[in-house]
Design a binder for this molecule. Structure first.
Ligand SMILES: [Zn+2]
Length: 444
């Protein structure tokens, strides 16, 4: 058996059969398939018109508290990848019938490894780890040549999984080290090219085996000249044994090629905090890196005392360094609310779907927003609706006061139609995504 998902129509068929088996009565909307399903030539010449599209229009208050989200039905036109018209609903228009489904911004998975997965191939559970991060590097050196053989195919399967969950954009780390050299990048670029009509990505050149521990420097320098967006990294102290040397190299390479930075930081000892503080200093010294520097995981934040968390969050916010978190729970809970309080950009991603690191990725970032809401008690209408931003890369239909801010004419036509009455319900129920449109192209 393979791990790859079936097609969307098959997925809907199975879901509907399961509901029928459970003896559930047909509730309107629950059985809705993609409105684009029966439509022919829905995007003739890149144009698309939709009617009965539900958009959020404001909040309902009771004694000062948001108790509900107001919505209305609209008529929407898409042309040349952009939303060109948002008008009062025209129920009789010759247009795709969105059947009252809620339109939300398409989802973004901002930390994933599309190049390195078992997904689409044979199932394998994670093996017992020995030797920490260096043990894992040794394991990868053995596994990668085999994994690379069909990595384009597996990346395409994983993109299809993400799309089925409403995601049309990803920030993918891609291994750059002496074992893969630039092959993992080239194979992934081929997959992205094959999928480009319905999926976009930005890439992080990721020295998984250390910058210097295995000599990745020449490959990183070559990758930096290619079509990548960020210089990556991993645990500068635990892998390379030298925070300053690694961060200095990374910062310089990013500056030389006008790239961003996104470093995996799992270290929870003193070295973790030192790395965070050193990176903050370097970004403050080089303000062009503000707004395009990220720390992925950054588990050390979860280990700090509350006062120190506040202090570091404030510094991260001031330096405009973002945190990309998979929302871990259990022994480690990240101070996400503190990060929000200090205006730190918080992003999420699945990281692993099925690979030798982890096999629990569902492919859904809406599920991550749900997990965040559960973990931090974001359970009111307002708090749930705000939680959606974790799934959309911080785009929300309504601002905090309930003023409509998305979509606007001229916005990129990247959206989902979801079986929910509002964002809060979508987050709380992890509602089903019925269709995905990427840059005006109907994915399903
Ligand atoms: Zn990762």
């Amino acid at each position: 058996m393979t791990t790859s998902d079936n097609t969307i129509s098959r997925k809907d068929f199975i879901r509907n059969s399961a509901l029928a088996m459970a003896g559930l009565t047909l509730i309107p909307n629950i059985m809705t398939a993609s409105p684009f399903f029966d439509e022919k030539n829905v995007s003739a010449k890149g144009k698309l018109s939709l009617k009965n599209v539900r958009l959020e229009t404001g909040f309902t208050y009771e004694e000062g508290d948001v108790i509900a989200t107001k919505t209305d039905l609209f008529y929407i036109e898409v042309d040349n990848g952009k939303i060109t018209k948002i008008a009062p609903n025209q129920p009789n228009a010759k247009a795709v019938d969105a059947k009252g489904l809620l339109m939300l911004p398409a989802f973004k998975d901002m930390h994933i490894h599309l190049d390195k997965t078992f997904y689409g191939d044979k199932w394998q559970a994670v093996r017992k780890r020995t030797g920490g991060i260096k043990g894992m590097i040794e394991l990868e050196q053995k596994m990668l040549p085999e994994m690379l053989k069909n990595s384009t195919f597996k990346a395409e399967k994983m993109i299809e999984l993400l799309q089925s969950k409403g995601t049309s954009f990803a920030r993918s780390h891609v291994n750059i080290e002496p074992t893969s050299k630039l092959q993992s990048l080239k194979n992934l670029q081929k997959a992205l090219d094959n999928k480009k009509k319905g999926f976009g990505a930005e890439l992080v050149a990721f020295p998984q085996h250390g910058v210097f521990y295995t000599d990745s420097v020449p490959y990183l320098k070559e990758a930096a000249k290619m079509d990548i967006d960020f210089i990556g990294g991993v645990d500068p102290f635990n892998v390379d044994g030298n925070i300053e040397k690694v961060v200095d190299f990374t910062v310089q390479l990013a500056l030389d090629h006008k790239k961003g930075i996104d470093i995996h930081l799992h270290e929870t000892a003193d070295s973790g905090l030192k790395t965070v503080e050193y990176l903050i200093d370097k970004v403050n010294e080089n303000p062009s890196l503000k707004g395009k520097t990220y720390l992925s995981h950054c588990f050390i934040l979860g280990k700090l005392e509350a006062a120190k968390q506040e202090e570091v969050a404030e510094k991260l916010g001031a330096a405009q360094i973002g945190i990309v978190s998979t929302i871990p729970f259990g022994r480690l809970v990240m101070p996400i609310p503190t990060l929000y309080k200090h205006n730190v950009t918080v992003l999420t991603g699945n990281d692993s779907i099925v690979d030798h690191w982890n096999t629990f990725g569902t492919g859904s970032v809406l599920q991550k927003a749900n997990l965040m809401a559960q973990l931090y008690g974001y359970s009111t209408e307002l708090a749930l609706s705000r939680s959606l931003k974790l799934a959309t890369g911080n785009i929300l239909p309504l601002d905090d006061k309930g003023v409509q801010q998305w979509p606007k004419t001229g916005d990129q036509a990247d959206f989902v139609l979801i079986n929910a009455s509002c964002s809060a319900e979508a987050v709380s129920r992890i509602s089903n995504v019925e269709s995905l449109v990427h840059q005006g192209n109907v994915v399903f």
